[in-house]
Write a new protein. Sequence first.
Length: 437
Amino acid sequence: MQPDTHYAKCGELQIAYQIFGQGSINLVIVPPFVSNVENFWDEPDFARWLRRLGSFARVLMFDKRGTGLSDRVSELPGLEARIEDLRGVMDAVGFEKAALMGISEGGSLAALFAATYPQRCEALVFYGCFARFTSWLPTQEALDAFIGYIDQHWGTGGSLPLFGPTREGDPAFQRWWGRFERLGASPSAAKALMRMNSQIDVSGIVGAIRVPTLVVHRTDDVTINIEGGRYLAENIPGARLVELPGKDHIPFIGDNASEILDAIEEFLTGSKQSVAPDRVLATVLFTDIVKSTEKAVAIGDQRWRDLLDKHNAVIRRNISRFRGRETNTTGDGFLITVDGPARAVRCASAIVDEMRSVGLDIRAGLHTGECEEIDDNIGGIAVHIGARVAALASAGQVFVSSTVKDLVAGSGLLFFDQGEHSLKGVPGEWRVFAVER
């Protein structure tokens, strides 16, 4: 029997999830492109595969907002919003900490969550995953062709050769695959998902993952190029790569579907040591008052002190509003960390805009990267990059690194390219963007 479906409240949305299994390990399946947790159990091979997971883990799986049985949304979310779905279902079932298994497109979400919340991630498993979307559809022409399929044939199961070629010619499986498409997302939602996913690139943050990681990939995977899996294994510290023969992307079909589970079970049941992380992924936000000295001289010490008090109150109110953390003050500015890049950008924009009513010109800069936690402060190269990006901005501007821009794809935020810059003390050239407000 399949487990019951429940709903977790994430803001105003309801996220569908199921929990099953009797194992000692908490495991969250981060779903692929589209999903439907109830339809999974209607395919015998998939049901058997899931039951095997449940033999050694307590398994939680869910449908991301806009897909499957979860609430539909007017605009599909980026990675940061989908992290809230993952946190929400974990909280609903009392998973304070769990291993994450990202399947296909779900790998980018699992990677960002593991880097941002290592205290909640016991271990990380990737199956058929990638850091850059080009590992899936390498050209605009390829993306357009798949979107064309969605527009004309979604729900027929006609995409099966692109995901499970060894089951091509199996009428029963193709009918189930057609239901998988229809029940996973509407054609319009599927097209929007593909366009949004094509913008996501987590290659800039995978090096910040500090949890035990297993990468499983079939060498001739017809959907996600093996180089996508190799890139993850090479760039995540200590990651282990298991390459298996085969061309199917769907994990529960093919001659070695059980070997995939063998690798996952061995990895998870053998990971017993838990190390408290001292390095986490965060978005750093620097603010600075432009021409503060000239302003202080012009208005006098007392009025300047009153103005600074208003400045500090505005910043702290917005830190609380956008769930940030005041990490340090830098004379006439603040160093803030936020656990979501889109919220960090919106926080910076709100601060800059609100400061105008106070009578102060502010500039801000943001970067997302691995930070070292030092008591109540943070350090590391990511902090230096954030400071240098902020220094490039003028009064009233919010600048971000390309890493931030890549991570907020699908959030509705817009940017203007400011070109490549040399950042003092930081190797290489860095592309910088201004936030459109």
